[in-house]
Design a protein around this ligand. Structure first.
Ligand code: ATP
Ligand code: MG
Length: 399
């Protein structure tokens, strides 16, 4: 065992010492075997949720009716879920009822893909009932049991299959792919948030081109919000698409390529947060400015620092490599004469003193904006005397 598993081992031992079984399960075991970075550590246990809650001091009952409790242990969070079998997903969101059981094998059987149906005990011994390890070696995504049945139970698994192909670069096994073609219509019944969540991971996958090839081949985009009404979008996605950092980057890219669909439409129909909408808007503003003016200090100054990565990715994706050499936003940022208007050596009060006969009004903000831009672009030194002289010679427009 290594890294995060060592810390999590205590949690398993505490559950075991109370007479229950507990195993690492799902994505963390898969990623350990693939030597990929480990995300969340999930634990599956025979202990009923109430027992888990009693065993640990700090617990968050996030989905107790489905058997899931977050255990906080040594400042880390672990999702501990009781072995269960699931009923129908008639709301297409959660199983109607779950039954808690005390056998690991049934719990693994309800999982979506063989590579996600692996369990590992605290000593590193793997339980692999469906040849998941072999599929990891073959690099294939295969449903546990009949694809048609498993996708019909929860059509989100169709999107998840594409998501894992994008993250892992795996191919989708033939029968599983055939099942996807057969049941994909049922994606229409899913809650949008569930799709959005998987598609965010899809777009950030290290092998997103592999995922896009499946998206193209299966035409699953016909079931995605907005995209379903504009299937031609598949053709505007650049061949060299890199893994994206967020959905906002994706929407900025699409809006740039297809301005007739607004950022607002994308974010609303995909039920994104305001944060994502704001990010997309910042990115699109920067891209439009870049197209007209190239990369100048004003662009760097106006774009919030945490969007530099996304902006760089998009520029490299959209514009031909010859027209953009390496972009180092952080370096450009470090060379800016000022980083915010507060650092300007002149402010509204000084302007009012300079023009005592002019009534206060929007002209003050406008004048400051002009000075700010001149300073950022390096046309003017950020020196109060110089700024005062300049504004006297270039007086603000009143009204
Ligand atoms: P990631 O590293 O992105 O979190 P993951 O495999 O852990 O990948 P999760 O969505 O966190 O994916 O789900 C955890 C585990 O729960 C999966 O590995 C799988 O065993 C099971 N699982 C999740 N969603 C489903 C589903 N819709 N149907 C069946 N099993 C599922
Ligand atoms: Mg996970």
């Amino acid at each position: 065992l290594k890294g995060p598993f060592l810390d999590a081992r205590d949690v398993i031992e505490i559950i075991e010492s109370n007479g229950h079984q507990a195993y690492f399960v799902g994505g963390c075991v898969r990623d350990l075997l693939l030597d990929r970075p480990i995300g969340d550590i999930d634990i599956t246990t025979s202990a009923p949720p109430n027992t888990v809650m009693n065993l640990f001091k700090e617990v968050i009952p996030v989905g107790i009716e489905h058997g899931t409790v977050i255990v906080r242990y040594n400042k880390e969070s672990y999702e501990v879920t009781t072995f269960r079998v699931e009923g129908e997903y008639s709301d297409h969101r959660h199983p109607d009822q779950v039954e808690f059981i005390d056998q690991l094998d049934k719990d693994l059987e309800r999982r979506d893909f063989t590579i996600n149906a692996l369990a590992m005990d605290k000593d590193g011994k793997i339980t692999d009932l469906f040849h998941g390890v072999e599929d990891l070696q073959k690099k294939v995504i295969r449903t546990v049991g009949s694809g048609v049945e498993r996708f019909t139970e929860d059509p989100l698994r169709v999107i998840r299959a594409l998501r894992f192909s994008s993250q892992l670069g795996f191919s989708i096994e033939d029968e599983t792919l055939a099942a996807i073609h057969q049941v994909k219509d049922q994606i229409d019944n899913l809650a949008v948030e569930r799709i959005t969540n998987e598609m965010t991971k899809f777009l950030s996958g290290n092998h997103v081109r592999v995922g896009l090839d499946y998206l193209n081949e299966t035409k699953i985009y016909n079931y995605l919000p907005v995209w379903s009404k504009h299937p031609e979008i598949i053709d505007i996605i650049p061949r060299n698409l890199q893994p994206l950092g967020s959905l906002a980057e994706f929407f900025a890219l699409l809006h740039f390529k297809m301005p007739s669909i607004s950022i607002q439409t994308w974010t609303k129909e995909w039920k994104c947060s305001n944060k994502e909408r704001t990010e997309a808007q910042h990115l699109i503003t920067a891209l439009a400015y870049f197209q007209d003016n190239g990369l100048d200090p004003w662009l760097v100054y106006q774009l919030p620092n945490h969007f530099y990565g996304g902006f760089t990715r998009l520029v490299h994706t959209i514009f031909t490599p010859s027209s953009v050499s390496q972009i180092d936003m952080e370096n450009l940022d470090s060379k800016l004469p000022i980083h915010s208007r507060k650092e300007l050596e002149i402010d509204g009060n000084i302007l009012i003193e300079l023009f005592p006969n002019v009534k206060k009004g929007p002209w003050i903000q406008k004048a400051l904006s002009r000075l700010e831009k001149e300073v950022v672009l390096g046309h003017l030194e950020n020196d109060q005397i110089i700024l005062k002289e300049w504004i006297k010679w270039n007086p603000p427009e009143i009204n």
